[in-house]
Design a protein around this ligand. Structure first.
Ligand code: AMP
Ligand code: GLY
Length: 423
């Protein structure tokens, strides 16, 4: 079966690397991909939102299955585009339709969904420009810190947490009245602050059954000790050591199953991954967010721990047969450390030569933002390379990752030396 992966990050390289090991895979294409994906498949120079370009590639290369990596094309309706097209409607798309992608594309939609299905989450209210005064009054009733979330997609920047009431009011004004995050902040969800430790769970579902994938914890801030600006993610660990059986069962009973059942009850079809961002409060899981796709860099530790053939799971998803699927997970821990460009997550330079990858041993190298010119491997993004390793526990895995991180060089290279510091 010929497969197309849409995206260009470490997540897409890890998925491509895994699919390339399957005997059921025919040709593998990645659009647009990166230098790493070109080692396991063929890159196509098509943007993730170029639906017509993607259509042409699917027809030209006789692609039968499309895996959508990032959220933007899902929220823009790429799956619906396939279903509405006579020539594409029988191609399997792994990734939800536009309506279900609203679980990530609209914080308010996700909140209403959780309320409807009694899925534990922070208390909230949402506001628009028309009732900004009610927003101020709501803030006055809350105790700090104040959590303000732009309703729509804001490239991971739309959540602002502030300690000062006046700053929170100013932020609300900036979001609603001045459209600080463009259309995404025409509506703002204000919610109760939850204090606890975070982790993420992932499932693959066909809307009827689902399989649990390995869980993970990522490290979003640029600085050591979780300080500084938010990034896409600087590293990840799987499994999460504090998530014991009792906690995982609570997550399954109170969050995962009610979510799949809720989608069914609401008549919302869903084929694809669901990412549950969770926080533990008084030993209970609460949902911080849903994503309608896999996480990055979580995928770089989740996928390497899946022993089963990922093609089999995708084929079961296509056939609505996931209730009968099983998944085998590697007992070892996996960790990943992300190498990023100097300056990231603010302005950074590209096209810096990357050397030393050939010296890496005992780790997997997933490319996040790289490209090739005639001879050289070059940086091509804020997040550049993820170094993933296995170990008996996360500490042993991290040791291997850090040993190999030291061998890879490029001008401005930055990374966090304290992944897992809080565990
Ligand atoms: P999100 O973009 O929804 O993942 O939010 C970004 C980050 O903000 C989360 O990973 C949490 O660390 C934090 N956050 C979001 N909502 C809350 C909340 N209600 N209470 C505390 N922290 C939160
Ligand atoms: N690492 C967080 C995300 O993929 O959203």
């Amino acid at each position: 079966m010929n497969v197309l992966i849409i995206g260009s990050g470490g997540r897409e390289h890890a998925i491509a690397w895994k699919l390339a090991q399957s005997e059921k895979l025919g040709a593998l294409f990645i659009a647009p991909g990166n230098a790493g994906t070109s080692e396991v498949g063929s890159n196509l120079n098509i943007g993730v939102s170029d639906f017509l370009g993607i259509k042409k590639a699917v027809l030209d290369h006789e692609i039968e299955l499309v895996l959508v990596g990032p959220e933007v094309p899902l929220v823009e309706g790429i799956h619906d585009f396939f279903l509405a097209d006579e020539l594409l409607k029988d191609v399997t798309v792994i990734g939800p339709e536009k309506l279900a992608a609203q679980l990530e594309g609209s914080k308010e939609f996700a909140k209403e969904f959780m309320m409807r299905h009694q899925i534990p989450t922070a208390a909230y209210r949402s506001f628009t420009k028309q009732n900004v005064d009610a927003g101020f009054a709501f803030l006055e009733k809350l105790t700090p810190p104040y959590v303000l979330k732009a309703d729509g997609l804001a490239a991971g920047k739309g959540v602002v947490i502030l300690n000062d009431l006046q700053e929170a009011k100013d932020e609300l004004t900036a979001m609603l009245t001045n459209e600080k995050f463009g259309k995404a902040s025409r509506k703002v969800v204000i919610e109760e602050f939850l204090d606890g430790i975070e982790m993420s769970c992932f499932i693959l579902t066909d809307g009827k059954g689902y399989v649990n994938l390995p869980n993970a914890k990522d490290y979003k801030r640029i600085g050591e000790g979780d300080k500084g600006l938010n990034t896409g993610g600087m590293g990840a660990i799987s499994p999460v050591p504090f998530a014991d059986e009792i906690y995982l069962k609570k997550i399954e009973d109170r969050v995962i199953r009610p979510t799949v059942e809720g989608l069914k009850k609401d008549g919302i079809p869903y084929k694809g991954f669901i990412f549950f961002g969770l926080i533990r409060v008084n030993n209970e899981p609460m949902v911080i967010e849903y994503n309608c796709r896999m996480g990055d860099p979580e995928t770089e530790v989740v996928i390497p721990r899946i022993k089963s053939d990922l093609m089999d799971l995708f084929i079961a998803t296509a056939k609505n047969d996931l209730e009968n699927a099983t998944i085998e997970i590697d007992d070892r821990s996996a960790t990943t450390v992300m190498l990023v460009s100097g300056g990231y997550p603010e302005a950074y330079e590209k096209n810096k030569e990357i050397t030393g990858i050939e010296k890496v041993n005992n780790s997997l190298v997933f490319h996040a933002g790289t490209t090739m010119n005639e001879q050289n491997l070059l940086t091509n993004g804020g997040r550049v390379i993820a170094v993933t390793s296995y170990g008996r526990d996360f500490k042993e895995a991290l040791e291997a990752s850090y040993k190999n991180v030291a061998k890879i060089q490029f001008e401005g290279k930055n990374f966090r030396t304290d992944i897992g510091f809080d565990l």
